[in-house]
Design a protein around this ligand. Structure first.
Ligand code: PBG
Length: 338
């Protein structure tokens, strides 16, 4: 017990001194949130805009409305977006050719956004699930195997076509082995040496993607006679593993990734932290659809304050070591931060 003087304890340190006023708290704050750290994921479809039932407050935008929403977000200080096309059922095939159609929805969306907000960083998702009638990120063989090397050929064409359409960064979310290196060389040979790669380095086979798959109608599903794996656990990572994320990191660095990502974010803060210790590359974290819906539902139920929850989760993700965060709350956060 410290010695007690007449009117105070004789404490060597009083951490509360640094919390006494807002000005002092500002001086000692270790983690800051700024709209420039945020990436806004947006859904797009042909036809009219529609609210997404599975994700209250999110919309599948028509091309025109997408551009308006991007301009609005840009005006609030959001400098980067990632685009997710909802492809109609009749365009989906077993090998996802629509993924590299120069007039495909993604390619048209990239061009439209770049034209309406040239300063914005356009990031695209590279994977086959929106284009594949089986709902998997890769091609499914006749015996129900998600094929690695055959898939990579399609991903390379997809990435090169996104680059051609004007994407600043492509983000392979498919988790095939060797895709980062293959995409790097495919884009380089097509002359797109300036297009970056944000790799989904540690993407877990997570239940938190449910609302996203609802938004894009992209959940794995039976089609025709072949057996279709029910989940993505032969390519996305086991939620139980963290060391394995470091192995994936090593490969992505070697293969030329510019930015590495951990996904989901909130339940995987330890993984973000481990990557932070292991690399000097920028780290992205994706606060995914299920994390978004959890916060929205909790706030709607009452008793929890949405703004405070969002800012706290984002601060936690940044504190764990993420340089940038993909979040559906991006424009809302920018508004709150003023
Ligand atoms: C597709 C992809 C997914 C997400 C981003 N890209 C879903 C999946 O892997 O099944 C999820 C994003 C979210 O849940 O917000 N490759």
């Amino acid at each position: 017990m410290p010695e007690k003087n007449a009117d105070h304890l004789d404490l060597p340190s009083r951490p509360r001194r640094n919390r006494r006023t807002a000005a002092i708290r500002g001086l000692v704050r270790e983690t800051v949130l700024d709209p420039s750290h945020l990436i806004y994921p947006l859904f797009v479809q042909d036809g009219r805009s529609e609210p997404i039932d599975a994700m209250p407050g999110q919309v599948r935008w028509s091309l025109d409305d997408l551009c308006k929403e991007v301009e609005r977000a840009y005006g609030l200080g959001i400098n980067a977006v990632v685009l997710f096309p909802k492809v109609p059922g009749e365009k989906k095939t077993e090998t996802g050719e629509h993924a590299f159609d120069p007039d495909g929805l993604a390619q048209r969306a990239i061009r439209a956004v770049k034209q309406s907000a040239p300063g914005i960083c356009v990031i695209t998702d590279v994977a086959l699930d929106p284009y594949n009638c089986d709902g998997h990120d890769g091609i499914v063989s006749a015996t129900g195997e998600v094929l690695n090397d055959e898939t990579i050929g399609v991903l390379c064409r997809q990435a090169a076509s996104h680059a051609e359409a004007g994407a600043d960064i492509v983000a392979p979310s498919d988790m095939m082995d060797g895709r980062v290196g293959a995409i790097r060389s495919a884009m380089d040979s097509a002359g797109h040496t300036n297009t970056g790669i944000m790799s989904y380095t540690a993407k877990y086979a997570s239940a938190f993607y449910g609302p996203f798959r609802g938004a894009l109608d992209s959940a794995p599903r039976p089609s025709g006679a072949k057996p279709i794996p029910e989940d993505k656990s032969t390519y996305q990572m086991d939620p139980a593993n963290a060391r394995e994320a470091l192995h994936e990191l090593g490969l992505d660095v070697e293969e030329g990734a510019d930015i590495v990502m951990v996904k989901p974010a909130g339940p995987y803060l330890d993984v973000i932290h481990r990557l932070r210790q292991a690399t000097d590359l920028p780290i992205a974290a994706y606060q995914v659809s299920g994390e978004y819906v959890m916060i929205k539902s909790a706030a709607a139920r009452g008793g929890l304050d949405e703004k405070a929850l969002v800012l706290e989760t984002l601060t936690g993700i940044r504190r764990a070591g993420a340089d940038m965060v993909l979040t559906y709350f991006a424009p809302q956060i920018a508004e709150w931060l003023g």
